[in-house]
Design a protein around this ligand. Structure first.
Ligand SMILES: NC(=O)C1=CN([C@@H]2O[C@H](COP(=O)(O)OP(=O)(O)OC[C@H]3O[C@@H](n4cnc5c(N)ncnc54)[C@H](OP(=O)(O)O)[C@@H]3O)[C@@H](O)[C@H]2O)C=CC1
Ligand SMILES: O=C1OC[C@@H](O)[C@H](O)[C@H]1O
Length: 376
């Protein structure tokens, strides 16, 4: 999935600004998402450079570093901690499996590093609260990498909702699903012990977007259902949530939608529909909008229009991915400048709390708590 962005993203190679020291990033794990989420965006960011990667296997780390032009490799059983202990590194990017996010983010913060942390931030809301508390204590930046929030598309949709052009909100539907076979059965997404499940992996976006558009958190889970991949792992989850002001929210997420008639592969579901008293907004692709997107606004008493938005008035380029916008915000935050958008501690905690409440409703329960006990 990630490599699609490589096709649309055409970054120039950027040099550092004369008066600004670039932040040096280290990556925990030779993860598949890192090229799209950090390595490629950093190439066009004058104040971000990836200097090291750690991998459980030195050989895998070496190969990954060679492919992506990363100078240093920490490999073997102590490699992750060696990366955290590297005094040259300012920021750790943590794209480990969900169930390892808490342990390695706590360790990275303890080592005095800022952290760009993949979504969902951890397996439980309580772990997320602890990570942010440590970041606050140490005056470090911690961000859950909900990259889509940094792209102009969702911000434009939110502005239309808030403008009251279409009147009060009635309902919000958000979806994210991919066809079966995209992820192998051995993928981390299907491993309960690593924090797997469709609701964790993809549902976290649908809930995050729904909460963002609603401007508030669900008050209850009205109903929820799942299809299983294995006894504790949902391949698909859907739920209906009560939102403030009598608004209803429907989410759908699927790690492997079966083919139609067992033959025809399914197109990805990447959309959202927002119904208001005076019209509706339909978004195609709120998750990876740089590839393609549309915002169709249909007022009840007006003309239907389609909007597309790739840049902000004074920020971005049409080829900037959501990850590139996210990196811009992250670097600005670390440098003490005001980022264009942000995902706050409260937002990250609330998102995982909704995931946990849906898992409670379906009976699958939260993903396992980390066994890591912080020492400081
Ligand atoms: N923002 C986005 O758009 C996306 C975010 N993600 C998130 O990024 C994270 C990683 O996803 P993805 O890159 O697809 O996954 P990968 O499986 O490619 O990467 C996970 C990395 O974790 C390391 N790892 C450490 N311990 C284990 C273990 N016990 N089992 C498996 N891997 C382990 C491996 O590193 P090594 O062996 O090299 O040390 C591996 O490279 C997830 O949290 C996911 O939700 C994923 C895709 C898109
Ligand atoms: O973060 C993600 O975004 C896109 C999905 O395909 C992927 O499963 C997920 O981890």
């Amino acid at each position: 999935m990630g490599s699609v962005y490589g096709i649309v993203s055409r970054p120039p190679i950027a040099g550092p600004l004369p008066d600004s020291k670039p932040l040096k990033f280290g990556i925990l794990g030779a993860a598949a998402i890192a090229p799209d989420a950090l390595l490629t965006p950093a190439k066009s960011h004058p104040e971000a450079v990836v200097v090291a990667v750690a991998a459980r296997s030195k050989a895998k780390g070496d190969e990954y570093a060679r492919k992506h032009g990363i100078a240093k490799v920490y490999g073997g059983p102590g490699g992750y901690q060696e990366l955290l202990d590297d005094p040259e590194i300012d920021v750790i990017y943590n794209p480990l499996p969900n169930g390892l996010h808490y342990e390695w983010t706590m360790k990275a913060l303890a080592a005095g590093k800022h952290v760009l942390l993949e979504k969902p931030a951890a397996n439980t809301a309580d772990e997320i609260r602890q990570m942010f508390e440590l970041a606050e204590q140490k005056n470090l930046v911690l961000l859950e990498a909900f990259h889509y929030r940094f792209h102009p598309v969702v911000q434009r949709v939110k502005a239309i909702i808030d403008s009251d052009e279409l009147g009060p909100l009635k309902s919000i539907q958000t979806s994210l699903g991919v066809h079966s076979g995209l992820f192998k059965s051995s993928d981390i997404r299907f491993d309960y012990s690593l924090g797997g499940g469709a609701l964790m992996d993809m549902g976290c976006y649908t809930i995050s977007a729904m909460r963002y558009f609603a401007g508030g958190d669900p008050t209850s889970v009205l109903s929820a259902a799942h299809e299983l991949d294995s006894p504790q792992v949902d391949r698909q989850t859907s739920a209906t949530l009560a939102l403030p002001g009598g608004v209803t929210g429907d989410i759908f997420c699927d790690l492997g939608m079966p083919p139609y008639l067992k033959l025809i592969p399914r197109l990805p579901r990447l959309g959202a529909v927002i119904e208001c008293e005076g019209g509706r907004i339909a978004i195609v692709n709120y998750v990876m909008p740089t590839i393609y997107h549309s915002i169709t606004v249909t007022p009840q008493n007006g003309k239907r229009r389609v909007e597309k938005v790739y840049t902000f008035p004074t920020l971005g380029e049409p080829w900037w991915t959501s990850y590139r916008y996210q990196l811009e915000a992250f670097v600005n935050k670390v440098k003490g400048r005001t980022p264009q958008a942000w995902v706050t501690k409260e937002d990250s905690i609330a998102n995982l709390a909704v995931i946990e409440s849906i898992y409670a409703k379906t009976g699958l329960g939260s993903r396992p708590k980390s066994e890591f006990i912080p020492t400081s």
